[in-house]
Design a protein around this ligand. Structure first.
Ligand SMILES: C[S@@+](CC[C@H](N)C(=O)[O-])C[C@H]1O[C@@H](n2cnc3c(N)ncnc32)[C@H](O)[C@@H]1O
Length: 233
C-alpha cells in the first residue's frame, strides 16, 4: 500500500483529534529526533519475526492501541524489560509525551506507530502478538456513532490474524454500552472467548494495574470500569 493510500484510509477510519496545544520546544525535539528511531516503518515489508525490531530477544510481544498519555505503556515496559512493546497513538501531543518518557526511563523495549492502529495491524505478520491492550478506547456513546468504535467485526478479524493462539486481548472501559458492545462482538467472533470465571472477574483490574489517565477522569466523574479479558483460540 502506498503512503497516500494509507493516509486516505486512515482518514476514513480514525475519527479522533490529531493535534492539541502547540508542543513545547523539548517535546517537538523529541518527536523530531527520537520518534523516527522508534517508529515502525510501514513502507517496508514487516519482518517475519518482530524480534528483529528490537536489540534484544523478547520473551513476549504486546501491542497497546491508543495509549493516550502513555502512563500504562511506560509502566508496563519498565516492569517487563523482556517484553517487546508496540504503542500506537495518532494524537501528536500524547506521542510527544510518551517519547519523552521513553528517553527518561531508558526503555529499549518500545517501538511506536503514530497513526491509525488498523494500518499497523494490517502490516504485522500473522500470529506475532501475545497480547493486545485496548484501554479506554474512544467511547462514542451516541448510538449513531457506535459504528466508529474500535471494536468491530473487521477489527476483531485483524486481531485474530495477528495474535498468537492463546494470546490475550484486554479491553477496559467505563462506558456500559461499550462494555456490552465488546462482549457481544467478541462473543459472536469464533476466534475469541471471554475468560471470566465469576462475576468479580470483570470488575477486578488487571494484575499490577497502574491505572490510566482516562480511568482517573472516569473515577472522578463517578463512573466504574470493567476489565475484560478474551483469549485468542
Ligand atoms: C479515550 S482515550 C484513552 C487513552 C488512554 N488509553 C487512557 O486510558 O488514558 C483514546 C485514545 O485512543 C486514540 N485512538 C483513537 N482511535 C485510534 C486509532 N484508530 N488508532 C490508534 N489510536 C486511536 C486516541 O487518540 C486517544 O488517545
Amino acid at each position: 500500500m502506498t503512503d497516500a493510500e494509507r493516509r486516505s484510509r486512515a482518514t476514513e477510519a480514525f475519527f479522533g483529534r490529531r493535534k492539541g496545544k502547540p508542543l513545547r520546544e523539548r517535546q517537538a525535539q523529541h518527536l523530531e529526533t527520537l520518534l523516527p528511531v522508534l517508529k515502525v516503518d510501514l513502507s517496508t515489508p514487516a519482518p517475519a519475526d518482530l524480534a528483529t525490531l528490537y536489540d534484544f530477544t523478547p520473551a513476549r510481544t504486546r501491542l497497546e492501541i491508543g495509549f493516550g498519555g502513555g502512563e500504562h505503556l511506560i509502566h508496563r515496559a519498565v516492569e517487563s524489560p523482556d517484553t517487546a512493546f508496540i504503542g500506537v497513538e495518532p494524537f501528536v501531543n500524547s506521542m510527544a509525551k510518551l517519547v519523552g518518557s521513553v528517553e527518561e526511563k531508558g526503555a529499549r523495549n518500545i517501538r511506536l506507530y503514530d497513526d491509525d492502529a488498523t494500518e499497523l495491524l494490517d502490516w504485522l505478520p500473522a500470529a506475532s502478538l501475545d497480547q493486545i491492550d485496548l484501554l479506554y478506547p474512544d467511547p462514542w456513546p451516541k448510538r449513531k456513532h457506535w459504528k466508529r468504535r474500535f471494536v468491530s467485526k473487521v477489527n476483531l478479524d485483524r486481531f485474530a490474524r495477528v495474535m498468537k493462539p492463546g494470546g490475550i486481548f484486554c479491553f477496559a472501559s467505563d462506558i456500559d454500552t461499550y462494555v456490552n458492545w465488546t462482549l457481544m462482538h467478541c462473543g459472536a467472533h469464533p476466534a475469541f472467548v471471554w475468560t471470566a470465571e465469576n462475576a468479580a472477574d470483570w470488575l477486578t483490574p488487571y494484575a499490577g494495574w497502574p491505572g490510566t489517565r482516562y480511568e482517573a477522569k472516569a473515577r472522578r466523574e463517578g463512573r466504574k470500569s470493567a476489565y475484560l479479558t478474551f483469549r485468542r483460540l
